[in-house]
Structures are given as structure tokens and as C-alpha cells.
Design a protein around this ligand. Sequence first.
Ligand code: ATP
Length: 367
Amino acid sequence: TPPSRSIDVSLDVELRNVTKVYHGESAVRSIDLGIRRGEFFSILGPSGCGKTTTLRMIAGFEHPTSGEILIRDRSMSNVPPYKRPANTVFQSYALFGHMTVAENIAFGLKIQKCSRSEVQDRVRDALKLVKLEALANRFPAQLSGGQQQRVAVARALVNRPAVLLLDEPLGALDLKLRKEMQVELATLHRELGMTFVMVTHDQEEALSLSDRIAVMNLGKVEQVGTPEQIYDRPRTSFVADFIGDTNLFRGKIEGAHPETLWIRTETGIKMTVQQDTASKSLTSGWVTVSVRPEKIQISLAPQAAANCFEGRLQDVMYLGTHVYCVIALNSGDRVIVRQPKSPKLPNADAPLYVSWDAADSLALSEL
Ligand code: ATP
């Protein structure tokens, strides 16, 4: 287990009611975010949700149409990118092909007219941080994708920014290298104790690296929370669906109790769901019920659980460490159930039952 880090509660980056409109269309809609000093914060969402625009506004490459951005309590409204205490690692790395690794890292410092000895010292420190001392005199074309990525990080770190902004930093790498670089990014973050803000569309990457995550959809922030909160207590059906796999059922509340909800789905089955005591209790209207595949049991006989439905096995998907069983319920719903690798299952025409407890499902109101 990594050594625990204490996270300062003071904010390094603050977005206050920030909106960005391009040609009459809002890419980012009234978002508020507070990113704490020293935390690894991810902005996660599908393509086009506005995450890159948000990061570019923090960096200063784009200006909010309205609202305000502060870094270390200072308004950035009139501060150009190169004067902000934030540096960006771009997905494409944007390295200069005709310059060596050391020259690439030194470039920004030379522009700022740092003395020769200071440039040397800082470049050496940055190379050491990303473990590239031995490759200082190579050209980018002579480096692997992962090494190029480290040069890009070193170039952003050489200015000693308060905040490191990472725009899909691992997006160009293949899966294996991506996993390796995730570990390196986590280590780097721990060693530097700096605030990292990373944009990614990869939920696994966000869950494994982040202290907190903002999930964006259609220009809005749907939820901000720790990986556990986002996974276990999604606040909207979008978040439940986007993070991990889940089964969603739309339905109407037929009865409500402070602890329990009774819901009839569109397909006509009755579900019992425990109220989420952390949020305000629901009493009526349409909701989406979310049940994770690992919370559902399969049996050959009906069970006494709060939720038990009859169906038939439709398909089995092998996923390496486990399988997903696709069950067609008599109601017409399809349910995905996680099972160990060699599950004991009836054949396709025999009836079976899926069941789960009220506490193992969530009712999500529509935003
Ligand atoms: P991706 O993962 O595909 O990069 P994203 O979540 O980062 O997506 P953004 O790049 O922030 O999304 O774009 C959000 C919306 O704003 C999109 O609909 C996009 O087409 C639009 N947009 C972004 N930049 C511009 C621009 N310079 N001019 C016009 N529209 C833009």
C-alpha cells in the first residue's frame, strides 16, 4: 500500500459558474469545481462532454464565456497561459523533433531568459524526476512512446508549476504501456506532492489514479467524489452507467418509506430498493434503478430476497477472470450477472432466478 498522503483542504484551482459557448452552443455549462492542493483530480466523461475545454480554460488557452477561474486564490481572468502557475502535458506531447530531450525541456526556461546555470540545474532535476538522465541527448524520434511521454511531463515540470494539467496523457499509448505509465504517474504525483488535474475518458484509469473525480456529461458536472463514492454511490443514472457495468431499470415509485422504495418498472415488475440515506429521500416520480452485476445471485429455485425474478440464460461472456451471464427475464428485461469463471448453470431452456437485496440496488432520480 502506498504511504498515505495528507491532502490540504485549501483549493489550488477553483471554477466558479464557468460556461463556455462556441458558436451559440454550450460546451461547458455553469460548472463549479474546487480542486484541493496536492490532490490527483480527474475530469472524466465521454467524448465531447467538455472536459478538454475545461482543462484548456484552466491552462488559459481558452477563455470562459462567463464565470471565473482562480488558481491559488488569484483570478486568472487577465493572466496569459505562460504566466499561470499551471503547465500542461498534451496528449500529442508536442515535442520539438529537431531538439534533443534536454533542449526540449530547456526551451520554456530559455524563453523566460533564465540564466544558463539555472537552466542546467532545472533541466537536470526534471530529467532525474522522470528518470531520463541517460537519454538527455537523444532526439524524440529515438524514444519510445512512454519515454516521449516522460519528456512531455519533464517539460511541464521544469517551470515548477503549482498545478500540472494532463490532457489524456496516456491516450496515445498501447494498453500495456498505458498500465505501466499509470503506475509511474501515481508515483510521480506522490513524490512531487503537486496538484494534478487529468482529463481522461477511461474510467478505470480515473478510478485507479484519482483522489477525486468529476464526472462530466453534456457540458455539466454530474458528480464529484472519491472513486469509492462515484462507484458505490452514483448520484445519477449517467454516472452509474458510465462508471463500471450496471443494470438499469426505469420505473415509477409506487410506495415510499424513509428506508424503502417500491418501484414498478416500465416492463411491469416490482422492485424493492433501499433509500440512500446520504441523499434526500425519494417519495414519488420516475427513477432509474441501478444494480451492479456482482450484486446479483443466480439460483435454480425462487429465493426469499427482496427482489427475485424468473428468467432464462441467454448468453455467457468470458472475461478472463470471471464471466458475465446474460439473463432474459420473463418481463423482457435483460440482466447481466457476474459469476466466477466456471459457474454451474442450467441449460438455456430451464428456468432460473436472479435475486438481490434491497440494499444492493440504488434508485436514482432524474436530474
Ligand atoms: P474528447 O474526449 O473527444 O476530446 P471532450 O470531452 O474533451 O471530448 P471538448 O473537446 O471539450 O470535449 O468539446 C466539447 C464540445 O465543444 C464539443 O461538442 C466540441 O465539438 C465543442 N468544441 C470544442 N472546441 C471547440 C472549438 N474550438 N470551436 C467550436 N466548438 C468546439
